[in-house]
Design a protein around this ligand. Structure first.
Ligand code: 8ID
Ligand code: ZN
Ligand code: ZN
Length: 349
């Protein structure tokens, strides 16, 4: 049966910390499902939410988390295509209106009425989470729920970003923040899509991880005397990568990317450092025909495609699992930039 109370990590005030406590289990509305979250990935977005980094207010008190993998345990009367016992995922897009200009063309992340898991509605850092059935990720039964959890934000987002970049098989993509959660996923998706990866991050542990995941080159942004030149030199003709995925949580690399991008290349902004701006010389942008654009999670189809790469065994990203009760420790490591790959929390402890 479904208990009336459950363990959750709750942000009570901006700046944190999270508090591990018992809260009530909610009942799903007519178009919603209740998912017994088994595992949840911890995304840097969860830390931004707790710290109030962005110009969009969160709900408070807030249960964060938006990489929640689990089992459907209850559903509303309008839900016809999900059954009790199905494996399902709570992702960033918890719900959208399904009727606006953007939703009508499956651009639902742009919906003005979008509900965001772990931000404007409670998310996956609890044992039982609610999501709109239309947006819940359908997780194939053969996928391990612990390993697949990080696909639900990190995987979807970088897969979509790579598609938005227009990079073709055999071309180079620079991945900035390659040792982190999104970055590790990005290396694997890029490789599966036939791209050559130039990984950029810091330290030897991340270097080892990036190379193990399949990066062709690694540039240490702390050690490199001339990062722009080193990134260009990592491409066979020295003209720079065809695409850049910016996943870092600092402003500086957003400026650098527009310098080492190949002419006619595309810079994709995904990471969202607090109060950051992207600035590029107009002259170079024009005369080198550089494209700079943002990419924001993915739609329902991107979600199922990203999950299918995982199901086919193409996405193996290092993760460490700790109890949900230890979430604050994970946030501390993340803040210090010391996480290689992803942390996953087990909601049973
Ligand atoms: O839809 C979206 N656009 C979306 C979806 C999900 C997450 C955006 N995000 C955002 C998050 O909110 C966050 O701002 O992407 C960013 C990265 O999330 P993450 O991968 O979960 O963070 P992480 O695991 O902490 O990894 C960040 C990495 O960046 C490196 C760090 O060393 C770390 O490995 N890094 C930093 I900070 N500065 C760097 C620099 N100058 C850098 N790497 C290269 N150059
Ligand atoms: Zn995320
Ligand atoms: Zn809409």
């Amino acid at each position: 049966g479904i208990p009336s109370e459950q363990w959750a990590q709750v942000v009570e005030k901006l700046g944190g910390p999270v508090s591990y406590k018992k809260i009530a289990v909610q009942k799903p509305g007519p178009d919603e499902v209740l998912i017994n979250i088994k595992y949840s990935g911890v995304c840097h977005t969860d830390l931004h939410a707790m710290m109030g980094d962005w110009p969009l207010p969160t709900k408070l008190p807030l249960v964060g988390g938006h990489e929640g993998a689990g089992v459907v345990v209850a559903k509303g009367e309008l839900v016809k295509d999900l059954e009790i016992g199905d494996h399902a995922g709570v992702k960033w897009l918890n719900g959208s209106c399904l009727a606006c200009f953007f939703c009508m063309q499956a651009d639902e992340p742009l919906c003005p009425q979008a509900l965001l898991s772990g931000y404007t509605v409670d998310g996956s850092f609890q044992q039982y989470a609610i999501a709109k059935a239309a947006h819940v990720a359908r997780i194939p039964k053969e996928c391990n729920l612990e390993a697949v959890a990080p696909v639900l934000c990190a995987g979807i987002t970088v897969y979509k970003g790579l598609k938005e970049s227009g990079a073709r098989p055999g071309q180079y993509v620079a991945i900035v923040g390659a040792g982190g959660g999104l970055g590790s996923m990005a290396i694997q998706y890029a490789r599966a899509m036939g791209l050559l990866v130039i990984a950029i991050d810091q330290g030897e542990e991340k270097e080892h991880s990036c190379k193990t995941l399949g990066a062709a080159a690694y540039v240490d942004f702390m050690k490199s005397p001339d990062l722009v030149q080193e990134v260009k030199d990592a491409t066979s003709d020295g003209l720079g990568p065809h695409a850049v995925l910016l996943l870092a949580v600092q402003e500086k690399p957003f400026q650098q990317a527009t310098e080492y991008i190949r002419s006619r290349g595309t810079v994709i902004c995904i990471g969202m450092p607090a109060k950051a701006y992207i600035k590029a010389p107009v002259f170079d942008t024009v005369t080198r025909m550089v494209t700079i654009k943002g990419s924001y999670v993915g739609n329902r189809q991107d979600t199922q495609e990203a999950l299918d790469f995982f199901r086919r065994g193409l996405i193996k990203v290092p993760y460490k699992t700790v109890g949900l009760s230890q979430l604050q420790d994970v946030f501390q490591l993340m803040h210090d930039g010391r996480i290689v790959g992803r942390y996953v929390v087990d909601t049973s402890r």
